[in-house]
Write a protein that binds this ligand. Structure first.
Ligand SMILES: Nc1ncnc2c1ncn2[C@@H]1O[C@H](COP(=O)(O)OP(=O)(O)OP(=O)(O)O)[C@@H](O)[C@H]1O
Length: 710
């Protein structure tokens, strides 16, 4: 692990405005400790010289200012991080405020300082007697002597009432010692730091302060630690140790996911972390497909109000989400945060949104808390009005065929089943005829989505009124009637930007496409006259022998809308009454028909754990941008399909001439009658027995954890 001093050294070199190599000309502001002792900050004279490089001479002149602020008189407690000591090395040019800058990601603000004796374990405890070192806890890191731990890696502190000992439990990233650093990846491993405070009160103080950042286990010191430790007779100390009860969560575990080792992974690597951090868990192992959905649909939510942890792949999370959203109290159910422990095959969501691919890191992230809100896509079956929700991707074509076949190889090949099924499907490649219509995202939505990433979609929907309410997308609150006109204009002539293609890529694609490509990429203009007739005519042509022939497809359906009592709108589509999906702003819909290899609707980037780090299905997508990222892959044969998947490993497949990429607000899809009828949503296989519409939902789902620091 790289020492922060090294970071500081790098920073000080970076910001030297004179560009000189003379490191003496710096003034370093060091957050003080109340002993007036620089060592107390973990930045002693040794550290400062280390920060400034080995060539720096030792500081010759130091000036100290004592704190004394806010009645700070404790011998080992100081919160006045703003008070600094200037350690003048020479005539200074640059100030580095080590203590005060939260954004610098260096050391954070000081919370507590003091002296502690680390207790070494094993052989080293016999060779080296314990030595008292200065310790410091900041808002980001805990330092003791020349060692440190990031607070994000600390999951709990254990102590005994009336003992001066306490133990910090952490899971930092560590390299295997005997493996050279250029090989092998650092992994999270448990590291317990046993410390002895000078007195019981000080130990209680330390534990209470740590309690603000992690769980406190009282009277649960590890047995190893208690052995030989002088746990004194319980005495009443002035400072009581505060320990809050941990969250109560439900764990839904799919024992069949991935290689079928989810149970083992959970018991050995995840459960110990969650229990150490004080979580009260109810573990349910699924016994059959849809078990998780039934469970989430029927469980008493008060038993898992703090969250539901899904152990498995994207499929099990999808089941839980759909179960929650199918409840009568779905408004409340969808506020329950969902945690993910990646033990499945793809684990696309947790890898893309959190940058997590191993169960230990995921468990630590859940323990540390926080949530990330992510969009939810809803796929509605027009015939029945049923809606299936997803968090990752919905697809039709080659990928859904592969998904269907891969089910047969789950036991034999585990996560590799997708490759096996993919290779087999490639050998006997099918052709997928379908009709697609989509509502492109307005330019404004594309450019402002980042501003609204933090806002709740619900709030925005309320602020923006009918447009967002109807289409289920986030519309910037500043849009008024005038700017809506702008959207209409922007959509009547879709720009390259709207289609997600830069000018160069677009011209290259068009150049390479030739007449055949033009056929499939036909943009329908607004044709309000005799819609119903045009539609039936179009359909008969779309699925005819020459499906790639140039054609302009008109609106897919005849819609009539009625307001309903609950404020939503009913639609009548081809005589079938459906609710909630609206082909609003009909004149803006664009249409495609023909033979495709894939129609892919992404909710986020859709990275896959099994592939390269650079792999991304929709490189421009964000998990909270309120848009469906649509990829249309035309039927171009095996070699081009292989090329597509190879370039996807580097996120460069969008520049292929047979790939059309669009940011959309809604997508209407209908496979040809005799075409393949399978559709995949987050790895769940569903049957298409008619047209479906995919669109963003006006609410988000909350995932437990925060993005991992790189
Ligand atoms: N006990 C079980 N037996 C058989 N199937 C199950 C069981 N529990 C869940 N399933 C089904 O297994 C499917 C796949 O589960 P999951 O997504 O967790 O694993 P995965 O497919 O390996 O991972 P990924 O979706 O990331 O590729 C789910 O759709 C679910 O319906």
């Amino acid at each position: 692990m790289r020492a922060p001093w090294a970071k500081l050294g790098a920073l000080s070199r970076k910001i030297n405005p004179l560009g000189t190599s003379n490191q003496n000309q710096f003034v370093v502001d060091i957050a003080r400790n109340n002993n007036g002792d620089l060592n107390g900050n973990g930045l002693g004279a040794h550290s400062v010289s280390a920060a400034l490089g080995e060539t720096s001479p030792r500081p010759t002149e130091w000036s100290f200012r004592r704190c004394g602020q806010n009645g700070c008189r404790s011998t080992n407690h100081c919160e006045s991080a703003g008070t600094n000591i200037s350690a003048s090395l020479k005539n200074g040019d640059v100030r580095i405020d080590v203590g005060g800058d939260e954004g610098s990601d260096l050391l954070g603000e000081i919370v507590m300082t003091g002296n502690l004796t680390p207790q070494s374990t094993g052989l080293s405890s016999k060779l080296t007697p314990p030595v008292e070192v200065s310790a410091r806890l900041t808002t980001k890191t805990f330092f003791w002597g020349l060692r440190h731990l990031h607070l994000d890696d600390i999951v709990a502190v254990s102590c005994h009432d009336g003992s001066e000992r306490f133990t910090i439990h952490s899971y930092p990233l560590m390299r295997t010692r005997w493996v050279p650093s250029s090989f092998g990846k650092p992994r999270r491993r448990r590291k317990d730091v046993h410390l002895i405070a000078p007195s019981q009160e000080e130990a209680a103080n330390w534990v209470n302060v740590f309690g603000n950042y992690c769980h406190v286990n009282v009277n649960k010191l590890p047995l190893k630690e208690q052995k030989g430790a002088s746990v004194k007779e319980k005495v009443v100390v002035d400072v009581a140790i505060k320990s809050k009860p941990g969250p109560v969560m439900l764990v839904v575990l799919n024992p069949r996911s991935g290689r079928g080792k989810a149970s083992k992974v959970f018991r050995t690597r995840v459960q110990p972390i969650l229990e150490l951090a004080g979580l009260t868990l109810t573990v349910v192992e699924t016994t059959h497909a849809r078990h998780a959905q039934q469970l989430a649909a029927s469980i008493n939510l008060s038993t898992c109000a703090d969250g539901i942890i899904c152990v498995g792949g994207d499929g099990i999370l999808n089941e839980v989400l759909n179960g929650l959203l199918s409840r009568d109290d779905s408004e409340f159910a969808r506020t329950i945060p969902l945690g993910i422990i990646p033990a499945g095959s793809d684990n696309s969501l947790v890898w893309t949104v959190f940058g997590i691919r191993d169960p230990t890191t995921a468990a630590v992230a859940i323990v540390k808390g926080g949530t990330i809100s992510t969009d939810v896509i809803g796929v509605e079956w027009h015939k029945t009005g049923a809606v299936h929700y997803g968090l990752t991707v919905a697809y039709y074509g080659f990928m859904s065929d592969v998904l269907e076949l891969s089910g047969r190889y789950q036991r034999r090949f585990g996560p590799l089943r997708y490759f096996v099924a993919g290779a087999l499907r490639l050998l006997c490649l099918s052709h997928y005829q379908c009709e697609v219509h989509y509502l492109p995202a307005p330019l404004e939505l594309e450019s402002v989505h980042v501003d609204h990433a933090a806002d709740s979609v619900d709030t925005l929907a309320q602020e923006t009124g009918s447009l967002s309410a109807c289409s289920g997308v986030v519309v910037p609150p500043r849009l008024n009637g005038d700017s809506l006109t702008g959207i209409v204009e922007a959509n009547t002539e879709p720009s390259d930007y709207i289609r997600g293609l830069d000018g160069k890529a677009r011209s290259i694609s068009l150049g390479r496409m030739g007449p055949c490509a033009e056929d499939a990429v036909t943009v329908a203009s607004a044709t309000p006259v005799s819609r119903a007739r045009t539609r039936s005519k179009t359909r008969s042509r779309s699925f005819g022998l020459n499906a790639m022939a140039p054609e302009s497809v008109s609106r897919p359906v005849q819609i009539s809308r009625r307001g309903s009592t609950d404020g939503s709108l009913d639609n009548e589509v081809d005589g079938t009454k459906t609710r909630g999906w609206l082909l609003d702003e009909e004149d803006k819909w664009e249409s495609r028909s023909g033979t495709y290899l894939g129609i892919i609707m992404c909710n986020h980037e859709c990275k896959t754990v099994q592939c390269m780090k650079t792999q991304s299905l929709a490189p421009r997508a964000e998990h909270d941008d309120g848009l469906v990222h649509l990829l249309l892959v035309r039927d171009v044969g095996r070699l081009q399909l292989i090329r597509f998947f190879l370039l996807m490993q580097f996120g460069r497949h969008l520049s292929l001439p047979f790939v059309e990429y669009t940011k959309a607000r809604a997508v209407w899809l209908k496979p040809a009658p005799r075409a393949h009828q399978g559709c995949g949503i987050d790895g769940e296989l569903l049957t298409l027995d008619g047209p479906i519409t995919t669109r963003m939902q006006p609410f988000q789902c909350h995932l437990i954890g925060k993005q991992q620091r790189t």
